[in-house]
Write a protein that binds this ligand. Structure first.
Ligand SMILES: Cc1ncc(COP(=O)(O)O)c(C=O)c1O
Length: 420
């Protein structure tokens, strides 16, 4: 039998710089490889498996729903989609409506289309986004993303995006012109390196949007739905006074079952009625989005988070984890940035020199590989940061186990990693 790596080499497009690991099975925050190696997983599929791998409640919901009805298309109604939409609207405590899709990039596409439709009667289409952001890999997603590396080779991009420095209200005010229609940002940047918007920035953006008749759109694909210890990532930063007009979600929404969605507010901004009704029949759609199995998985996730009070648990565990990381006092660490269980650890720029590594990859990838070899999965973010995104139900003993691996790698890093 041909081994998995060879099959990938021959038949799967080489779009990812994959790590040399074939994962076969998972349970909670552990995974096992095809060679029987056990690893502690603090990536959770990039902030996706909020309840950990193979969570029994999700498994049961998926199996039961799959035995009853998997897919109908969106030509018809299903109970699961309706109930999940209602739950999401109630959880964020803001009136509005939800459109379901399959991924984060698609959710942002929806927000971008919503903004274009909103601006179509006034000739406005430009959306302001922020440096180091990440909004997905579709053409609109890479056009919105303010990182050159995702755009290279794909010109011409979608027009109508301007990229601005983070947390800089004067720059935002200066960038607004007659074509500007919306501001889109991740309240906590994930893939860019765990960078938080300031409360003043979020409050200021709301004011600017109100004053200029713009939509304020939050990409909560990574930071939303519990990751920061609140259903609303932005609320963990600015508890009062900031209400968005649109939100995109994906990742943690269904514990790994492909599901995304975007929400638009029930707010009448012009004579066309509430924003959440602007995308009428025939304007937007997807065959799979919000299928009944994905929505059943989503409902199971929300039930578990609510019943086990995992938002409070995420806040407490995140504070404990960040505290332990800050106490490491390794000369290789420059900063720990954290909100709930969205935690970034940045290493020194000359990390590779200091450990004597000749690996050509950025420090974040080198450290990720070293940790993987030592039994811990984390996610690189930007050049110098690694992300810890464990399940929301993570136990202290597992945090301690992860930190022990990190401590030993930083104390005496092996010079070579298996992927170097
Ligand atoms: C903030 C943010 N937006 C959008 C996306 C794209 O989501 P997906 O990969 O599901 O398309 C990601 C994925 O990392 C993300 O972190």
């Amino acid at each position: 039998m041909t081994d998995t790596r060879s099959l990938y080499d021959q038949y799967v497009m080489p779009t990812y710089g994959r790590f040399d690991l074939t994962i076969e099975r998972g349970a909670g925050c552990r995974v096992w490889t095809d060679e029987g190696r056990e690893l502690v997983d603090f990536g959770a599929g990039i902030a996706v498996c909020s309840l950990g791998h193979a969570h029994p409640r999700v498994t049961k919901a998926v199996a039961e729903q799959a035995g009853q009805l998997v897919h109908t298309s969106n030509l018809y109604r299903t109970r699961q989609q309706a109930v999940l939409a209602e739950r999401l609207v109630r959880l964020i405590e803001l009136d509005g409506k939800v459109f379901f899709c399959n991924s984060g990039a698609e959710a942002n596409e929806g927000l971008i289309k919503l903004a274009r439709k909103f601006g179509s009667t006034t000739g406005r289409y430009e959306i302001l986004t922020f440096q180091n952001s990440f909004h997905g890999r579709t053409m609109a997603g890479i056009s919105a993303t303010a990182q050159e590396k995702v755009k290279t080779g794909f010109a011409p991009l979608l027009e109508g995006f301007a990229h601005l420095p983070n947390n800089d209200l004067p720059a935002v005010r200066a960038a607004i012109g007659p074509k500007t229609v919306a501001i889109l940002l991740e309240p906590i940047q994930g893939e860019g390196g765990i960078h938080l918007a300031t409360p003043e920035f979020l409050l200021g953006l709301r004011e600017i949007c109100d004053a200029n008749h713009l939509l304020l759109l939050f990409d909560e694909v990574q930071c939303g739905l519990g990751r920061t210890g609140d259903w609303r990532g932005w609320k963990s930063i600015a508890p009062e006074g900031v209400e968005p007009d649109g939100i995109s979600w994906a990742k943690g929404i269904a514990n790994g079952f492909p599901l995304g969605g975007f929400w638009a507010r029930h707010r009448t901004l012009d004579d066309r009625g509430p924003l959440c009704n602007l995308l009428g029949p025939g304007t937007h759609g997807t065959t799979y989005g919000g299928n009944s199995v994905a929505c059943a998985a989503g409902l199971a996730v929300l039930d578990e988070i609510e019943e086990k009070d995992l938002l409070a648990h995420a806040r407490e565990s995140g504070a404990y984890f960040a505290g332990v990381l800050r106490a490491l006092e390794s000369p290789l660490i420059t900063e720990v940035r954290a909100l709930g269980l969205m935690i970034g650890l940045e290493v020194v720029a000359d990390f590779k020199d200091r450990i004597g590594s000749t690996d050509s990859r950025p420090p974040s990838l080198v450290l990720t590989s070293l940790l993987m070899d030592a039994g811990l999965l984390v996610i690189p973010a930007g050049e110098k940061t690694i992300r810890f995104l464990p399940p929301l139900n993570i136990e202290r003993a597992d945090i301690d186990a992860a930190v022990a691996i990190l401590r030993s790698v930083l104390a005496s890093p092996p010079l070579k990693s298996s992927s170097s």
